[in-house]
Design a protein around this ligand. Sequence first.
Ligand code: PLP
Length: 440
Amino acid sequence: MAPSPLFYQAGPALPEVSHAKGVYLWDDTGKQYLDGCSGAIACNLGHGRDDIRDAMLAQLDRVAFTYRTQFESAPAVALAETLVTLTHRQLEKVFFVSSGSEAVESALKLARQYFVASGEPQRQRFVSLRPSYHGSTLGALGVTGYEPLEAPFADITTASLKVPGPDFYRHGDADDAWHVTRVLEETRATIEAAGPETIIAFVLEPVGGASTGARLLDRRYLEGIRALCDEFGCLLILDEVLTGVGRTGAWFAYQHYGVTPDLLATAKGLGAGYYPVGAVLSRADIVETVMASGGFQHGHTYAGNPLACATGLAVIDAMQREHVLDNVAARGHELKEGLQALKARFPWVGDVRGLGLLWGVELVADATTKAPFPAEQNRFARITALAREEGLLIYPRRTLNGVAGDHFLVTPPLTINAADTAELLVRLERAMLRFDREVT
Ligand code: PLP
């Protein structure tokens, strides 16, 4: 067979997917996989849903594509209205895009243009966390804190200030409140040294995804960052590309914390794997200022096309009809209990953390010292391969803590039922037993 012309990743050839239904996928050899990570934390409603297909077909029959500056479309207006309502009108303006990177990129540019329009053009830098992941386009990469991704492009991305966020696992010996205070003080000192008047915005994931293995930010931390933004006159951009649209059990993760952003980027779960659609949600006055200055100098061809927005509407409609957020709470609880039971059995499980149906499992060589496995052992890849052999997809990543470390995410579709949650845990346990024999 000729080698594939695709070059997505180094490593062994992948099986070819045949079909999918619910939380299961099959490859062309007939092997079945439980989708324990919703693809890339995107297929939030599972696969092969008739209601989403029907809504998409109905829209295709009406009109698939119109350009956003030539026509308004009913699905775009309705989806924008729906998103605004889900924020309880705290964010009242919506700009559609097609991916998470585009959503972050658009939020960065909107924030910058706001300050140019407001007579503060000296605001030229963002503050973000190390580790973090905000996307692969150059602007989003500029605020991403993960050295291997940054390195080849460091000279051509406008570097943001990267500060450490709270890490309750690795600073668990300290009092949590004291840890948050110390991290916030460090952040303030970095900004004061750089000049607060040069900062456009903070960019944060309210719950880390692949970047940190579902590391949670703390309410006190987010309140502290919000207060710093207000004091220094800069904006707070939350990257909810992964956490938005129900993943953590709230429509948006910030709603758990009671800290409202000025701008919010979302994508993945909005199209639920059926069609690419993302959005930037903004405070109304920010958009009004930019529009009064001549309009937002930004846009993408496929942004807000009717098919994308009809898909997003069908996704949210299904979630509301089926009370999916209640399911996230119930299944999230079962998953948490199951993962914690596995942690108690295997000493190399250092930490289990998460919220809703976003769970991270961090692997360590030594649970007492929390020392990671040597990087060259690629343990994150090994456990993922074993899970795959056992018919379970999980989302692996070398922990982006700037040193080393391994973790994987367990993020099944938000519609997973109790029986499939139990089956997920059984398959994971089988993979972990095999992993245990290799590392102990
Ligand atoms: N931001 C976060 C928090 C993400 O998890 C991702 C993707 O994993 C992105 C941005 C980039 O999204 P996309 O891959 O759709 O460009």
